[in-house]
Design a binder for this molecule. Structure first.
Ligand code: FAD
Ligand code: SF4
Length: 543
């Protein structure tokens, strides 16, 4: 006899019970592994499914929530979406074994799968490509150990397969998103007319950089919210009990957790916010968590919504409602351009990307990243909202939390772990390139042509936090010096050898020449004092 916990569907509720099952006498044909970010009922892995011979298999493994000290909303979202997906599979008649948290002895997905392969003795394991290099290694090991073949099916939630990207990248001197984006537009025909880009330009980036006026961005339509149903509330209880010391709160949890909800969220975005998405794409403002952003990344990354659906909906709205091209192209560029690009890069450069540290940065991550307790208004507001919602929009991630870490010289792997833990949409294939490549320059410029560095002056220009801050973004030294500004000039000095002769950065570094040696020394002293002050207290437990 084998004791196996099974998830049973009951109305809109999912209950877990432990049942005793005999060791199957007839081995099954295919075990279809459905990972937490492959929640797609139209998945290619299910295409040849035969309920008389095959079995779907899903598992909640504690390590998935603890390998990084995950935000409560991130854990809740994954578990709730998985449980809703389990119910949808059962409703459609798929036989499923579901191992729920707390009902099985396994710490990791690998351990649980080892046991499942022994128990079910399938001829073959079927799945989509896992979202992390490490998990792919684990599945390779599990299937080899059990002597089971592993068939990986294309993930239709993306436009391109990782192999397509690798082919495109072969022999290229420069790995630049813009080149990929044009290729992707041509290949897919998205926003193309007679072989030319719609609007006669590939890119309306220059029209995506407006800053809000002094009074802020004004009234912005609120995004569609999804009030937690019974399954989500059950998961919230589990998370509050089992992961009570994890960062973040769940009071505002309203993310879409099913494919239907994700579709509603998309429709709401297209109608209410896409028309204004373009101009304020690069802006940020206090107490404005969403601005005109879509909030679709989490649903897309879970597999609830495909990139093709999202892009085609935006293109369709452009055609039928004559939406501004700068908004539609700006949005499509993020999905068809950036999202597909970072995924391709991830599979091209892993595993060594994870350990790179081109700028030799070794500072620890300050405590306030986990608490929001800092006197810097921009970081305080962004991190408080991150803890509240598990969300910050792109420019806040890149130019507030990411920028501060880069300027401070935080070890890339420490900030990578933070980003992977703290956002509801965090999955490694998209998080790692954005953090280690784009934000921290840890790969020495393989992904980003130059480091994204700026002083407090930039934050003053693009956002609305500085008037509410005790610091002065114009000052690099003195009592009111803005830490971003101090660290910016310190960064330029520390990395002058590397960047002052580089054609893309020389101009920025040239400003150093205007400063007297005394001023430069005063900046270094101020930066050193700041680094000492921000050293972690060891009071925050992050694992
Ligand atoms: P919108 O602004 O509405 O953009 C639309 C969609 O475009 C997003 O939903 C997303 O799918 C895609 N997109 C936009 N920018 C990027 C990008 N740079 N890379 C890949 N896709 C993009 N995105 C994640 O999905 N998971 C992460 O863990 C993640 N970590 C990031 C870390 C850093 C340091 C940075 C700079 C960016 C990160 N991003 C990540 C990319 C981007 O910030 C988020 O996708 C976006 O903020 C999600 O909010 P949204 O859905 O409202 O996006
Ligand atoms: Fe942030 Fe500096 Fe502005 Fe304060 S003054 S809000 S720390 S950029």
């Amino acid at each position: 006899m084998f004791i196996v916990p099974t998830l049973v569907a009951r109305d809109d509720n999912i209950a877990v019970k432990v049942i005793r099952m005999p060791l199957p006498e007839t081995p099954i044909r295919n075990l279809v592994l459905i990972l937490g970010d492959h929640l797609d009922l139209t998945s290619a892995a299910l295409e040849h499914f035969d309920p008389t011979q095959d079995l779907c298999w899903m598992a909640e493994a504690p390590e998935e929530s603890t390998v990084v000290w995950s935000h409560k909303a991130r854990i809740t979202l994954f578990l709730s979406a998985m449980r809703h997906h389990a119910q949808a599979l059962r409703d459609k008649g798929y036989p499923l074994e579901y191992l729920a948290l707390g009902t099985h002895p396994f710490r990791s997905l690998g351990e649980a799968l080892d046991a499942a392969l022994t128990r079910w003795r399938p001829q073959s394991l079927h799945s989509l490509r896992p979202g992390t290099w490490q998990l792919r290694e684990t599945l390779t090991r599990c299937t080899a150990k059990a002597d089971v073949s592993w068939e990986i099916f294309p993930n239709r939630n993306f436009f391109f397969r990782a192999e397509n990207f690798a082919k495109w990248a072969t022999g290229r001197q420069e790995m630049r998103q813009e080149l990929w984006y044009r290729y992707a537009r041509k290949q897919t025909g998205v926003l193309m007319k007679n072989g030319q880009p719609v609007g006669d330009r590939w890119n309306f980036d220059s029209e995506n950089r407006a800053k809000p006026g002094a009074q802020g961005p004004g009234l912005i339509p609120a995004p569609r919210r999804f009030i937690p149903d019974r399954i989500t509330r059950e998961v919230i209880d589990i998370v509050e009990n089992e992961f009570s010391d994890h960062p973040g709160t769940l009071n505002d949890f309203d993310w879409p957790v099913t494919a239907e909800e994700a579709r509603e969220a998309l429709e709401n975005f297209i109608t209410e916010r896409l028309p204004h998405f373009g101009p304020l794409q690069d802006a940020f403002w206090p107490n404005q968590p969403w601005l005109y952003h879509s909030r679709l990344s989490a649903a897309m990354n879970l597999g609830l919504l495909s990139a093709t659906t999202v892009v085609h909906a935006a293109e369709q709205a452009y055609q039928s409602q004559q939406l501004p091209i700068a908004s539609v192209e700006g949005f499509i560029r993020q999905v068809l351009g950036w999202r597909e690009y970072v995924r391709g890069l991830y599979w091209l450069r892993m595993p060594h990307w994870e350990n790179e540290n081109a700028l030799n940065a070794h500072a620890p991550l300050p405590d306030f990243y986990w608490t929001g307790q800092t006197d810097m208004a921009c970081l305080r507001d962004t991190i408080h909202r991150t803890l509240r919602y598990g969300y910050a929009h792109h420019i806040e991630r890149l130019m507030i939390t990411g920028l501060f870490s880069l300027l401070l010289g935080v070890e890339p792997q420490a900030i990578h772990q933070w980003f992977l833990a703290i956002y509801v949409d965090a999955v490694e294939w998209v998080e790692l390139p954005n953090v280690l490549g784009m934000s921290q320059y840890a790969d020495g410029g393989w992904m980003a042509s130059k480091p994204y560095v700026a002083s407090g002056r930039y934050l003053q220009r693009m956002g609305g936090h500085c008037p509410h801050c005790i610091y002065d973004p114009a000052e690099a030294t003195g009592a009111n010096a803005c830490p971003f500004t101090t660290l910016y000039w310190d960064f330029l000095q520390r990395h002058a050898d590397r960047f002052s002769k580089h054609p893309r950065t020389a101009l920025q570094w040239k400003h150093l020449e205007r400063m007297s040696p005394d001023k430069l020394q005063a900046i270094r002293d101020k930066a050193d004092a700041l680094k000492s002050r921000l050293r972690p207290t060891q009071q925050i437990k992050t694992s």
